[in-house]
Design a protein around this ligand. Structure first.
Ligand SMILES: [Zn+2]
Length: 463
C-alpha cells in the first residue's frame, strides 16, 4: 500500500506525493504553542501525533523540514501580561522553556526551525502590504487592517463552510471566533490602551499582528509559498487555518498547502477537559502522580489521531503494563541475541501497512503485541534474536518508546531484590528492610520503577 493521509481539504484519504519533483523533500508546518501557560495534555496530543507523523515520514526516507512556530504575541498572552503585570518576554520565555521541557519528557523531536512570532514582524508587515496592494485587505475605521473575505471567493474550502448561507458579518477583531460570525478578520490590530506596552511600529501606526498572519508568514518564510503538510488540532481548522489559506493564497496566487492533517480532541475520564470539572492535566500534574513521560507518550500515541481519545488513569495503567510487556520481551531478546549486531531491518510488513494507512497506530501496536505473544511461545535462536533487536531499533525510531538497557545486575543481587518483593507482598516489612540494608552494604539501592523493582548501583558518594 502506498502511504496515504486523510486530507481535511478533500475530506478523503489521498496518496502522499510530495511537491518536490524528486519525491524526497517534505515541508511540514505544525502550529506551535501559545506560550502564556503550561501545555495541557490536549495540546500535547497534537504534538504527539505530529511527532509520529514526522518520525514515520523520516522512516519512509523523506527528508523532512519541520517548522513549528512559537506564538508569543496574541490576545490571551496580552491578557496575561495585563493580569500579571509581568513583561511579555518574561512570560513567553518561561513558558517556551517549559514547553520544550515537556517535549523532552515525552521524547518528542524538536522542529528543525522554531521561529517566534515577535521576531517575524517585518515579514508580517510585508505580507499585509502585499494584501492591501492586491485589494484583499483594507484599513478599518478603528485603524486596524482587515482581510476582505469577499475578495477571496475560495474562502471556506478547508472548513467546508456553506458561504452562501452564512451571512458574513462585518468585521472581527478577536483571534478566535465562531463559524456563525464568519467575517473580515484582523491582520494588524491597531494599538489600544489595554495593550499596554505591547506594540510595534507599522505603516498603519503602532499595533500588533493578528494570530493568523503569524502562521502564514512563519511557514512560508521557511518552507516557501507552497509546501506539503500543515497540521494542528481540529479546533484550528476554523478560523485559524481557513484564514491562513486566505491570506497566503490571496498574496501569492499559489496553493498554500497540499495536505492538511488535523487531530481530534481529547476527553479526560470521558469528559471535556476543564479546570472546574477537575479533569484538567498538564504533564507536570501527571508526573507528580507518579506517571512517567514514557507512559503518557504511550497513551497519547496509542489511539488513532483522528479519533477522539479518552485519556484516563486506567488508560495510563494500561500503558504502564503494555510498556512492561515490551520491556520484558526486549530484555529477554537482548540476553538471547548473538553478540554481533544484525544489520538494520525493515519494519515488519503488517506494521508498515498499518502506518501507511493514515498512521493507523492501533493496528500497528496490535501486530506488535501479536508478534511478542508468538515469540514468547517459542525458543528463539541467538541469530534470530539479533535480527529481532535490529528490527526493533527501526520500529522504535517511529514509536520512540526507547529500548531498556540490558541488565548488569549480578544474579545474587537480583535474587535479593526478588526476595524483598515477596517479603513486601507478604507485608513482612522487617525482612524487606533487612534486605534493603544488606543490599546497601553491598553497594546497591532498590529503585521502584513502573516495570517493578530494580537494583541500581549506588554512586560512590552516596555510600
Ligand atoms: Zn498556526
Amino acid at each position: 500500500m502506498a502511504l496515504q493521509f486523510f486530507n481535511t481539504l478533500s475530506r478523503s484519504k489521498e496518496v502522499f506525493v510530495p511537491l518536490d519533483p524528486a519525491g524526497k523533500k517534505v515541508g511540514l508546518y505544525t502550529c506551535g504553542p501559545t506560550v502564556y501557560n503550561y501545555a495541557h495534555i490536549g495540546n500535547l496530543r497534537a504534538f504527539m501525533f505530529e511527532d509520529l507523523l514526522r518520525r514515520y515520514l523520516e522512516y519512509k526516507g523523506f527528508a523532512v523540514t519541520h517548522v513549528m512556530n512559537i506564538t508569543d504575541v496574541e490576545d490571551k498572552i496580552i491578557r496575561t501580561v495585563r493580569e500579571t503585570g509581568k513583561p511579555l518576554r518574561e512570560i513567553t520565555d518561561f513558558y517556551t522553556q517549559e514547553f520544550f521541557r515537556d517535549l523532552t519528557t515525552l521524547n518528542i523531536q524538536r522542529a528543525h526551525v522554531v521561529p517566534r512570532a515577535t521576531e517575524t514582524i517585518p515579514g508580517m508587515i510585508a505580507l499585509i502590504e502585499q494584501l492591501i496592494a492586491k485589494q484583499h485587505a483594507y484599513i478599518g475605521d478603528d485603524g486596524s487592517v482587515y482581510f476582505s473575505i469577499k475578495s477571496f471567493p475560495a474562502y471556506g474550502q478547508l472548513g467546508h463552510l456553506d458561504m452562501e448561507n452564512l451571512q458574513p458579518g462585518a468585521r472581527v477583531q478577536h483571534d478566535e471566533y465562531a463559524k456563525e460570525s464568519v467575517a473580515d478578520f484582523a491582520l494588524w490590530k491597531a494599538w489600544v490602551e489595554t495593550d499596554g506596552p505591547i506594540k510595534w511600529d507599522s505603516p498603519w501606526g503602532p499595533g500588533r499582528p493578528g494570530w493568523h498572519i503569524e502562521c502564514s508568514v512563519m511557514s512560508m518564510a521557511h518552507l516557501g509559498a507552497s509546501f506539503d503538510i500543515h497540521c494542528g488540532g481540529e479546533d484550528l481548522v476554523f478560523p485559524h487555518h481557513e484564514d491562513e489559506i486566505a491570506q497566503s493564497e490571496a498574496a501569492t496566487g499559489k496553493q498554500f498547502v497540499k495536505y492538511w492533517l488535523h487531530n481530534a480532541h481529547l476527553l479526560v475520564e470521558g469528559k471535556k477537559m476543564s479546570k472546574s470539572a477537575g479533569n484538567f492535566f498538564t504533564l507536570r500534574d501527571l508526573l507528580a502522580k507518579g506517571w512517567t513521560g514514557r507512559e503518557v507518550r504511550y497513551l497519547l500515541l496509542s489511539g488513532h489521531y483522528r479519533e477522539q481519545l479518552n485519556f484516563t488513569m486506567d488508560g495510563l495503567a494500561g500503558a504502564r503494563s503494555a510498556l512492561q510487556r515490551i520491556d520484558e520481551f526486549l530484555l529477554k531478546i537482548q540476553e538471547l541475541a548473538a553478540p554481533t549486531e544484525a544489520k538494520a531491518q525493515k519494519i515488519p510488513a503488517p506494521i508498515e501497512t498499518a502506518l501507511d494507512d493514515d498512521l493507523n497506530i492501533s493496528a500497528a501496536l496490535g501486530s506488535i503485541f501479536e508478534f511478542i505473544r508468538d515469540a514468547n511461545k517459542r525458543t528463539i535462536p541467538a541469530d534470530e534474536a539479533a535480527c529481532i533487536l535490529a528490527t526493533w531499533r527501526q520500529i522504535d525510531k517511529v514509536l520512540g518508546f526507547g529500548i531498556p538497557a540490558k541488565s548488569d545486575v549480578p544474579a545474587e543481587i537480583q535474587a535479593l531484590v526478588e526476595e524483598r518483593q515477596t517479603a513486601r507482598k507478604a507485608k513482612n516489612f522487617k525482612r524487606s528492610d533487612e534486605i534493603r540494608d544488606q543490599l546497601k552494604l553491598q553497594g546497591w539501592v532498590i529503585e521502584d520503577t513502573s516495570t517493578g523493582a530494580r537494583a541500581k548501583r549506588l554512586s560512590a558518594n552516596a555510600r
